[in-house]
Design a protein around this ligand. Structure first.
Ligand code: X2X
Length: 338
């Protein structure tokens, strides 16, 4: 038996002596996104891939799979697929993961955060930390934030200036039931569908409108599918999260985990800058570009915006209970200090 012990000892010694770049890393790590480049979402994901490649000298190879193609386009299944190891990594929207992580509905509370400072105060504050902890509890490791952007409402029928203008509009909404409730409260007729189905539905007129950031409107050329009326109501900013499935994460050495995390934080900054480009008072270039297509952009006055806040307050209160009143309070306090 002594010889066996000796062998075992040698094997253990060999394992310990194994270099940090574990030989059993995958040839490719699959990164899921809904939108690829040149959307800011895809820019963030590609930057992450690039930085990790550079900082590991090509030892960790990642590839972006846009269109949620790894889950047949069903963006509400992305989180589960990552948890199960079908997808290794993702840069995903809080909206699409909220069916599995109820805390992620926080960001979809209507008019919780209506400017960039408020958004950053939430993601960078205790609420952001609590949201990350909730994700981790579900078997996924969150690493950093990027941004899809402020979701503005568009339609093919008429300008929206008051909640009354929403009445009867058929609206495509995304995966969380919260959106159904918000648009129902405004008197619209919401239908949930994936991004893959949204543009065809707008093209045929099956729906009249949708809500998405101006960057998405522009890259997806929504003016060509009749979306001529845009209202900047800033009712929610849609953050994105860089994440890795837990089992995949545990396969990396601590040094490589740190590289992945720091690269996500750095790529997030690039993604956020791309998401905020051209839509500010200092740089309205994207707004001007969209206007040049013949689309009409309504900017709400504070009083006009308040009418929408009031009309959706019941939805906010009801969902604050479901999300967790303490978490919502933390976020509200961060916003108040921003
Ligand atoms: O489906 C959408 O509207 C999109 C692309 O913005 C998300 O995935 C949340």
């Amino acid at each position: 038996m002594q010889w066996m012990k000796g062998l075992l000892g040698a094997a253990v010694a060999a394992m310990i002596a194994l270099p940090a770049h574990a030989a059993d890393y995958k040839d490719e790590y699959k990164v899921s996104t809904v939108l690829g480049t040149p959307f800011p979402w895809g820019i963030a994901a590609e930057e992450w891939v690039k930085l990790v490649d550079e900082r590991t000298n090509g030892r960790i190879k990642m590839k972006v799979y846009p269109g949620t193609q790894l889950v047949q386009g069903d963006q509400t299944k992305e989180f589960t697929a990552m948890r199960q190891g079908i997808i290794d990594m993702a840069v995903g929207s809080t909206i699409n993961w909220s069916p599995q992580v109820k805390e992620l509905n926080l960001f979809s509370l209507p008019f919780l955060a209506t400017d960039f400072a408020a958004t950053d105060a939430i993601t960078g504050g205790p609420a952001g930390e609590a949201v990350f902890a909730a994700i981790e509890k579900q078997g996924v490791v969150p690493l950093g934030w990027a941004e899809n952007g402020f979701r503005e409402v568009t339609n093919s029928k008429h300008p929206i200036r008051t909640p009354d203008d929403m009445k009867g509009l058929k609206m495509r909404v995304v995966g969380s039931p919260l959106f159904n409730d918000t648009f129902t409260a405004l008197g619209a007729n919401p239908t949930q569908m994936s991004w893959a189905d949204a543009k065809p539905a707008l093209t045929t007129g099956a729906v009249d409108g949708q809500e998405n950031p101006l960057s998405v409107y522009s890259v997806a050329k929504m003016d060509t599918v009749g979306q001529k009326h845009i209202t900047l109501w800033h009712y929610m900013n849609d953050p994105l999260i860089f994440a890795v499935g837990k089992r995949v994460w545990e396969g990396f050495t601590p040094e490589d985990q740190e590289i992945l995390r720091q690269a996500a934080v750095d790529a997030g900054k690039v993604g956020i800058a791309a998401a905020r480009k051209g839509i500010t008072a200092e740089d309205p270039s994207l707004i001007e570009e969209i206007k040049a297509t013949g689309a009409e952009i309504v900017e709400l006055t504070p009083e006009q915006q308040k009418a929408f806040v009031d009309a959706t307050r019941g939805v906010y209160d009801q969902w604050a209970e479901k999300i967790g009143p303490d978490l919502v309070k933390q976020a509200e306090e961060s916003v108040a200090q921003s």
